[in-house]
Write a protein that binds this ligand. Structure first.
Ligand SMILES: Nc1ncnc2c1ncn2[C@@H]1O[C@H](COP(=O)(O)OP(=O)(O)OP(=O)(O)O)[C@@H](O)[C@H]1O
Ligand SMILES: [Mg+2]
Length: 327
């Protein structure tokens, strides 16, 4: 599973130097890392997806492709997502129909997706944007942070402006830092953080669109921030039947051998959707190394075990193991 962008970036830089001179394996690995980087939202420096552009280095503009049929969620989570979509669609009716306009401070609809890595938060943000027929403007909070005082707040204002101009859905990934409580001023950093928080609250109020935050941690939520969130949705880890649906959905359209037993895989491996995706990618690479025509149960088991051992493709050990399968 991908752990940190910094590690991946370091590895990509190293590989980039070697890529022109070394053999096919290294080239494959380089491509794979690029895919992984894109998967975790990395953009711009190496290459971009065709459906993705970049606004001033702060925002990834994503033309959403995924819809509800690509999403596999525990039923209660799914019903909350659907409820959120209905709420967004019926918002004007809600405001005008019941005369709420007078007491509403803002027309912004803010959602917070909370959950462990790989549970489908980013994917769901894409699904929401597609459902609304809008682009998704994805922002990673760490990309907005600048070392000069006041610059981070300016970046926040900028991204809200960009999204407003295109009436896009704004998606703040890694929002833990902004969402956490920071009210007691101890030093210059704290007062800068308070400024950032206040700017964000103000922008949120004036946005008049849909903003989605994704957080891994739900603790210490800033109260003022929390008040502006319409719905918090907890993305739970899938249980075995959900995992089976995930395997099947993510394998749609792939060449699968008839010996593959998705029920068995979902029983054996306690994976998130993100893990399952990685296991499938591994399985395909394993199958390729044996020139197989379709993906077999053995490939899926090997692929899953690589994921289970952790830090897939991230450190020398798992890399070497993977090369053993490839070569
Ligand atoms: N609920 C899901 N339904 C369908 N596919 C999923 C689901 N969860 C994860 N996946 C698969 O795993 C990939 C990664 O998931 P995603 O990026 O949405 O996770 P995340 O919750 O945003 O993780 P992180 O906290 O690391 O950003 C998706 O692109 C998809 O292929
Ligand atoms: Mg994500």
């Amino acid at each position: 599973m991908v752990k940190s962008q910094a590690n991946l970036e370091r590895e990509v830089k190293l590989l980039r130097k070697q890529v022109n001179t070394l053999n096919e394996r290294v080239r494959d690995r380089f491509d794979f890392l690029l895919d992984e980087l894109k998967e975790i939202g990395y953009r711009n420096k190496f290459s971009l997806e065709k459906n993705e552009t970049n606004v001033s280095g702060l925002v990834s503009v994503i033309m959403p492709k995924k819809s509800l049929s690509d999403l596999v969620l525990p039923w209660d989570v799914e019903s909350q997502v659907i409820m959120a979509l209905k709420q967004i669609n019926n918002y004007p009716k809600l405001v005008k129909g019941y005369g709420l306009k007078r007491i509403l401070k803002s027309n912004t609809i803010a959602l917070n997706f909370i959950g462990q890595p790989g549970t489908g938060k980013t994917l769901t943000a894409e699904v929401v944007a597609k459902y609304l027929g809008k682009k998704l403007y994805a922002v990673r909070y760490s990309d907005l942070v600048e070392s000069y005082i006041g610059e981070t707040s300016k970046n926040i204002v900028k991204v809200f402006n960009y999204a407003r101009e295109s009436s896009a859905v704004l998606f703040f990934d890694e929002a833990d830092a902004i969402a956490s409580t920071r009210t007691i001023v101890m030093n210059a950093t704290d007062s800068e953080n308070n400024l950032i928080r206040n700017v964000l609250l103000k922008e949120l109020e004036n946005f008049n669109g849909v903003v989605i935050f994704a957080t891994n941690l739900a603790e210490n939520f800033d109260k003022a921030f929390e008040r502006r969130i319409h719905m918090h949705i907890l993305f739970k880890m899938p249980d075995a039947p959900d995992r089976e649906r995930l395997w099947k959905t993510l394998c749609r359209g792939l060449k699968i051998h008839k010996d593959v037993n998705f029920k068995e895989l979902s029983r054996r491996y306690n994976f998130s959707g993100g893990n399952i995706r990685n296991a499938i990618l591994n399985a395909a690479r394993v199958a390729l190394s044996y020139n197989k025509k379709s993906l077999t149960m053995e490939d899926f088991v090997k692929g899953s075990e690589l994921v289970e051992k952790g830090s897939l493709f991230m450190n020398g050990t798992s890399y070497n193991k993977e090369l053993r399968y490839i070569g």
